[in-house]
Design a protein around this ligand. Sequence first.
Ligand SMILES: *Cc1c(COP(=O)(O)O)cnc(C)c1O
Length: 390
Amino acid sequence: MVKRLFQELRNDFEKIHTPFYYYDTVLLAETLESIKKEADKIADCHIHYAVKACANPRILKQIQQAGFGADCVSGGEIKACIESGFPANEIVFAGVGKADWEIELALNAGIQYFNVESIPELEVIAEIAERMGKFADVSFRINPNVGAHTHANITTGLAENKFGIAMKDMVGTIRTCSQFKSIRFVGLHFHIGSQILKMDDFKALCLRVNELQDMLEAEGITEVKNINVGGGLGIDYQNPDENAVPDFKAYFQTYAKHLKLRLGQRLHFELGRAVVGQCGSLVTRCLYVKKTDSKQFVIADAGMTELLRPALYDAYHCIQNICSTAPEQTYDVVGPICESSDTFAKGRLLPETKRGDLLVIRSAGAYGETMSSQYNCRELPKSYTTEDFA
Ligand SMILES: *Cc1c(COP(=O)(O)O)cnc(C)c1O
């Protein structure tokens, strides 16, 4: 569907300055519907969109209007969410390094709760809340020491990672809350990593959460209102058209089947990539085709400044030349930035490509535009949605 859309829009694109992000808001709507449909099968289940995946205002607005809450990891994200219409009490705030001004901002806004990642952080939140005459609802991020079968840079739930509080320190940390008049303990938070495609990894998390809840009960801690299992569901970067909407059914059923919630407990999810990943593309133009003795390079006008994932994670993105139907040749697709890691793909087959051809780098909706930078004094990319071409 997306491919057909691009073909219809090609004439329009030719007039537009490249590179730019294109968001298929019809696909986003379909994705949001699928999430709601599957999540609704679980009682008292709440989805908070992980804003760091894509904070484009129009995308945030659409997600907010679909009734999702938000998971923020900075004061800037909290501001962006409030500006986009998210009710403050549907916002949760995570992150290992919350600055004092960010904590104050969150308390003033009246967010739902903080996902706290260390005791020093708890102490600072308590002190600031007390000074402001407010209560801070806190949930503890527990490091469950569950490995995820994904890239090492996006595994977050192992003992060696900087995230969360170790399992063995959890009971002590929860008991510490009673020392602070301004703190209310409201739940437990987990997030084991990103781009996870094996449901067994989520099952392992469920079993660990069950174990933990049994342990807490044995210690007499029975008031745990929220269980927040984070996000992490991956997308199919190889086949963006065949699998445009991730398998939310399998994902939510894994939790429904294996997680043993206590009576009245609320379940929270924080999905990012799976919500927005497939709806975004980076559109770039071929500036030059450069041939050397051993290779040919397509030099695009987009680079790691617009899409960092290949340079940062060695990530694969499907690339389509929407202007050529000539027989395929092998290219390295690179950007103009003065770094060797500014490479989108090596040894990639593309229809014979010429200067001026438009290339569409697919599945770039998550961790694409949000990671763009002005390195080399470049301008931040513009963005368009389906509505702009209607
Ligand atoms: C990044 C992040 C998420 C979202 O991860 P995805 O893999 O994009 O679903 C959820 N929760 C927390 C705490 C995060 O840091």
